[in-house]
Design a protein around this ligand. Structure first.
Ligand SMILES: *[C@@H]1O[C@H](CO)[C@@H](O)[C@H](O)[C@H]1NC(C)=O
Ligand SMILES: *[C@@H]1O[C@H](CO)[C@@H](O)[C@H](O)[C@H]1NC(C)=O
Ligand SMILES: *[C@@H]1O[C@H](CO)[C@@H](O)[C@H](O)[C@H]1NC(C)=O
Ligand SMILES: *[C@@H]1O[C@H](CO)[C@@H](O)[C@H](O)[C@H]1NC(C)=O
Ligand SMILES: *[C@@H]1O[C@H](CO)[C@@H](O)[C@H](O)[C@H]1NC(C)=O
Ligand SMILES: *[C@@H]1O[C@H](CO)[C@@H](O)[C@H](O)[C@H]1NC(C)=O
Length: 607
């Protein structure tokens, strides 16, 4: 990494530090006086920017201390405007000035969304490592009580700590002499937060935040039909995974509906508006299912069973941003259910999403034509599937909430410094690496795709897809093995905000060769959450379901795990995402035959 890179990287980490509080650094305050208004500095100067600039000139920008609500058209409009003021810049110096301006003048959450969007979508800045959303904006991701402890900052209540967990990060970035050099002058403080249920897990909730960010504001979206399908599949994966987690509920210390700072500030709302909105949407879909016709936004009616009309109806009735759940007119105060950071902690979310998915599958079952490719492999048989021991456990991990510490800790003579770090030590769900082994018979050389799902002991769903992969079978008997660390779309752990900053400083002093390959893709699913919590008294009984389909050379490798949807989404073939569960299945026989295999498995939770 050269010094241009390091300079950008450090600027980013400093400007985002304590983003919810006013900026204190003189250097950037000076640069933040004006937004760049010279239109020649932008690749495009579009109507979103004109509108934003008009609002800015009229003094009508969203105030800093107002709750940013993406449902409100005015809020959203300003967010899109600011995004273009970042995204369309030609030079780094213009972008940097606009970032400084927005950091000083814009609503902090609006600013953060617009900047993260830019860094996700501009491929020239994708090498920059951005701290995770729960480090940048810790408040909605942690318990109220814990936040108060951090905000009061009484060192006597905080435990000194020697190390950050887990020690074994990828690329050996912790537990090394370089780590000790980088962190030598940093005081480590820790708060114990105990066990983290799935709905409170920052990684689980941030995943949803990121994929929602990444799939919106696309500049020239390719193949939106496929993207919609992908989004509904992600939603069904989250709901299925949540439901499987509910099977083993006897977890000590599980707290229900704990309130966060965010909720305390804004009050917990009943989702009355959402319920009404969803009901009227359900009625529209039920009507379409009953009459086989649908009225499009432009007023014309289409016969859904004719030609490709079912796709028009799908686009009309199933928006991929889930606006069925959105309340059109602004409600007085924010709702946990509608905030992208807190949505997945609300148990109502899963129930509402399950209703959306039920109709989605019913619609597809009713109108989806035959698959564009054969689904039955010939001259082969899936003989058996085995899983190695499936073991979950609670693993201590530190989550950086240094952003909540008082600003006075971070300045000496108005110069930024970072002398201490505050970490929440949580016990989170983790699993031992495991393998799936497949036994197959084939009478010829052929390529197939194998999809593996986890489901309840009864085999009746929900179906959670663990993995899908392409393989070549040889004539005769084939034994294939797939390791959980290789499962597609999953990611491991990452460096904390504090460590990242100090590694950059170390590299600036030329004592460290800053690696350019340490970004943990934000749109990757946390690998440690693949398996639901096992049984601790007796093993949790589940079933694996595996299905084979022929492969026809249509694989697509995109970059959605790094939140880059500009070239679409990855897929092995032309089958719908989540196949065969993208639609309601009619007969149980669809899940048996030479192409499928079931295996009873059990998950044990280790103490
Ligand atoms: C930390 O480093 C020491 C010395 O290199 C090594 O023995 C130990 O296994 C490492 N611990 C982890 C958890 O990686
Ligand atoms: C990053 O690159 C270094 C040096 O080439 C390599 O040792 C390391 O394994 C890489 N890390 C990752 C996560 O790819
Ligand atoms: C409405 O939109 C559909 C699909 O784009 C199109 O086929 C149809 O012609 C449009 N109807 C009118 C009245 O514009
Ligand atoms: C392979 O061929 C043999 C002989 O024709 C046949 O008995 C067997 O069923 C075939 N196996 C598969 C998996 O198609
Ligand atoms: C998984 O398979 C790999 C390679 O065959 C093996 O080294 C590893 O020990 C296996 N892991 C488990 C948990 O069985
Ligand atoms: C598996 O094959 C059977 C016929 O043996 C077929 O009825 C079923 O639809 C297939 N299942 C899937 C999921 O492709």
């Amino acid at each position: 990494a050269n010094h241009y890179y390091l300079e950008k990287q450090r600027f980013l980490l400093e400007i985002l530090h304590r983003v919810h509080e006013p900026l204190l650094q003189e250097q950037w305050l000076g640069l933040g006086q004006q937004i760049v208004s010279d239109q020649s500095q932008y690749v495009h100067y579009n109507e979103h920017m004109e509108q934003f600039y008009a609002q800015l000139s009229a003094g009508r920008l969203l105030a800093r201390d107002v709750y940013y609500d993406g449902q409100q058209p005015e809020h959203c409009q300003q967010y899109v405007g600011l995004f273009h003021f970042f995204y369309n810049t030609r030079e780094w110096s213009t972008l940097r000035q606009n970032i400084c301006w927005a950091r000083v003048n814009a609503n902090p959450v609006l600013f953060l969304h617009a900047l993260l969007q830019t860094l996700m979508k501009r491929d020239d800045y994708r090498a920059l490592v951005v701290p995770k959303i729960y480090e940048l904006l810790p408040a909605p991701y942690h318990h109220e009580q814990l936040l108060h402890t951090a905000l009061r900052f009484n060192q006597a209540n905080l435990q000194p700590s020697q190390a950050l967990l887990p020690l074994n990060l990828p690329s050996e970035l912790r537990n090394t002499s370089q780590w000790r050099a980088a962190m030598s002058e940093v005081q480590l403080l820790s708060i114990d937060a105990g066990l983290t249920p799935l709905t409170e897990d920052p990684g689980w909730r941030a995943y949803w935040y990121y994929i929602n960010m990444a799939t919106t504001l696309l500049q020239e979206p390719q193949d939106t039909a496929r993207l919609r399908e992908w989004c509904y599949w992600q939603l069904s994966q989250l709901v299925a995974r949540y439901q499987l987690e509910q099977l083993e509920q006897r977890v000590p210390g599980r707290r229900s509906a704990a309130r966060t700072w965010l909720l305390q500030r804004y009050g917990q709302q009943q989702s009355v508006g959402v319920e009404q909105q969803l009901r009227s949407w359900e009625q529209r879909v039920e009507t379409a299912l009953a009459t086989h016709s649908c009225r499009l936004a432009n007023g014309s009616h289409v016969e859904l069973s004719r030609g490709q009309n079912w796709q028009l109806g799908l686009a009309e009735l199933f928006p991929y941003d889930l606006s069925q759940l959105r309340v059109a007119s602004a409600v007085a105060s924010p709702q946990q259910l509608l905030d992208p950071h807190t949505m997945l902690r609300d148990v109502n979310f899963y129930a509402l999403a399950a209703r959306v998915l039920r109709l989605y599958r019913a619609y597809r079952a009713a109108f989806q034509p035959d698959y564009a490719q054969p689904v039955l492999p010939t001259e082969m048989r899936l003989v058996a599937v085995q899983a190695s021991a499936l073991v979950t456990y609670d693993e201590p991990v530190d989550v950086d909430i240094s952003s909540l510490l008082p600003g006075s800790q971070f300045y000496a003579d108005k110069r930024f410094q970072w002398p201490l770090t505050l970490q929440v030590r949580r016990l989170r769900l983790q699993q031992r690496p495991f393998n799936l082994t497949f036994q197959l018979q084939s009478n010829r050389t052929q390529s197939i795709v194998l999809r593996s799902f986890l489901t309840t002991a009864s085999g009746t769903g929900p179906y959670y897809q663990l993995d899908a992969f392409l393989t070549v079978l040889q004539p005769g008997h084939n034994t294939l093995s797939r390791a959980s660390v290789d499962f597609a779309g999953t990611v491991g752990d990452h460096l904390s905000y504090t460590e990242l900053y100090h590694y950059v400083r170390l590299a600036e002093r030329q004592q460290f060769d800053f690696p350019l390959n340490i970004t943990t893709p934000s749109c990757g699913f946390p690998r440690r959450l693949l398996l639901p919590r096992g049984g601790s008294q007796r093993p949790l009984a589940m079933r694996l379901f595996v299905v084979a389909t022929p492969y026809q050379f249509k694989a697509r490798q995109a970059q959605e795990v790094s939140c880059d949807f500009s070239s679409g989404v990855s897929s092995w073939d032309a089958l719908p995402f989540g196949y065969p569960f993208e639609r309601q299945l009619e007969a149980p026989s669809e899940l048996s035959g030479d192409n499928a295999s079931w295996q009873e498995v059990a998950i044990v939770h280790e103490r």
